[in-house]
Design a binder for this molecule. Sequence first.
Ligand SMILES: [Zn+2]
Length: 576
Amino acid sequence: MDLLKVLVQKGKLTQKQVKEINEKVIETGQQAEELIIADKLIPESDLFQIKSEVLDLPLIAEVPKSISSEILSLIPRDSAEHYNLIPIGRKDDLVEIGMVYPHDIQAREALKFLSRRSGFEYSLFLISPSVFRGILDKYQTAEREVKEALESLEGELERERGELSLKGDVSEAERTMEQAPVIKMVAVILREAVEGKASDVHIEPMQDRLRVRFRLDGMLHSSLFLPLKVHAAVISRLKILSHLKIDETRVPQDGRFSTRFQNRRIDFRISTLPTTQGEKAAIRVLDPEQGFAEIGKLGALPEQEAILKEAIKMPFGMILATGPTGSGKTTTLYSLLRLLNREEANVVTLEDPVEYFIEGVNQSQIRPEINYSFIRGLRQLVRQDPDVIMVGEIRDDETASLAIHAALTGHIILSTLHTNNAVGVIPRLIDMGVDPFLVGPTLRLAIAQRLVRRLCPHCKKKVVATDSQRELIQKNYQSLPAHLQKKYTLPDPLYIYQPVGCESCNFSGYKGRLGVFEVLKMTERLADVLLKSASEEKVSEEAKQQQMITMRQSGLIRVVEGITSIEEVIRTTTES
Ligand SMILES: [Zn+2]
């Protein structure tokens, strides 16, 4: 191994010592470094400093002060111990992983597997065995806390039993004694969920134990097992928090509660379900930090962002976002709503369901089962003297007509629609029975969007665009609004980037996503056009006149900027 050679060169070891070390490695299966440290041939810190130079891998020489349990949870303790690799922190999008033996192929494979399974990308650092052990000590404080809570619960029950035989009276005393540890246990579970950015927590009774699972990035992970005897107490605690009936265990119940966590309000939506093993609870974690994006971070071009910000200054009118499910349109509306949520404005919403609570906004959830629909809700809402109304979705004629009416009578309306592009919003409204001559005065903006994947910055490859790629980009750049053609110019030769794949992006070549937008503004001219013909073709022509940047153009600008690949843009957008 190179390290031993270098150590000889540096006069740290003799050839004879190296020979002995190599023999012992074969004999014992231990690592050469372990043997060197155990025999005190070289101080650990010196050894790993040299190793860091040999491997050209940065060394982390001290145990970090704190490591969040979210980071630690990315690699199970057992795997960490077995492979001598451990998460240290997070920088940008990368999880920093410390390895004692980075040349260990099995360890590298294990790391690749773990990163794929949990969906994280990483950067590697070298750490010494003592730093490794120091970090290992930080592991699973949650597990420890729950265990401590359990022990104290058992201890108190034990004491209770002793006293009971003297007093004979069970209820009150026992109940309060029991509560504190259970409250603590539930609090720890919820805190773990929030810190670990879990979207859901499942608490499930099994044959012999209670399983607690967390959903992270769409995947369920078992995180904790508790003795079955705490099952009833844990479920009761959750029911108390969310004002559900404690003694009702045979029918499903729904509720919610909120708590403050690191200075923000986090909501938990809980639903219970009777199963053959007993009652199971599922908890949806609604963390506003996860659900909201700043308007500047959505991915809109600066020109588009300016139009969005301008539109919400208007005193009334409709802003409609459109796109397929999962295109990020609700996130866009939420970020607009946040800007509209001012002290002097009465902001109300009708949602299905209410996902995120916004301080100061009156949010209402529709309940079709009791005939509280979008239609009925909207009729009710306009009597609440609102300034801004967000309606989850306009999906039928009557909602459309109510929304138009509300916009005409001086309200700002935010909603979503299903159409392929921004231009399609107008014919869609007319299909739903809206008079074409009312669209001009009410519609302010139609926003269409798609999500494209961002190229992994670590492995993306610069290439000269092929002739056909160049042609496609050129064609779209040439049809950009005149005032933007100066800003968005094409270099010659034209370079674009391709996905490659590396450890950091799980060999997908991509990391994260961003929105590509098109924002159609209602103008006097467009309103005039609508009075004559509201066909998609005519609207499209006028959109070009008003210099709208299309989703495809927006995407290709991101291609030339090297942020995404041309394949992503072709896959998600169409030529218009
Ligand atoms: Zn990569």
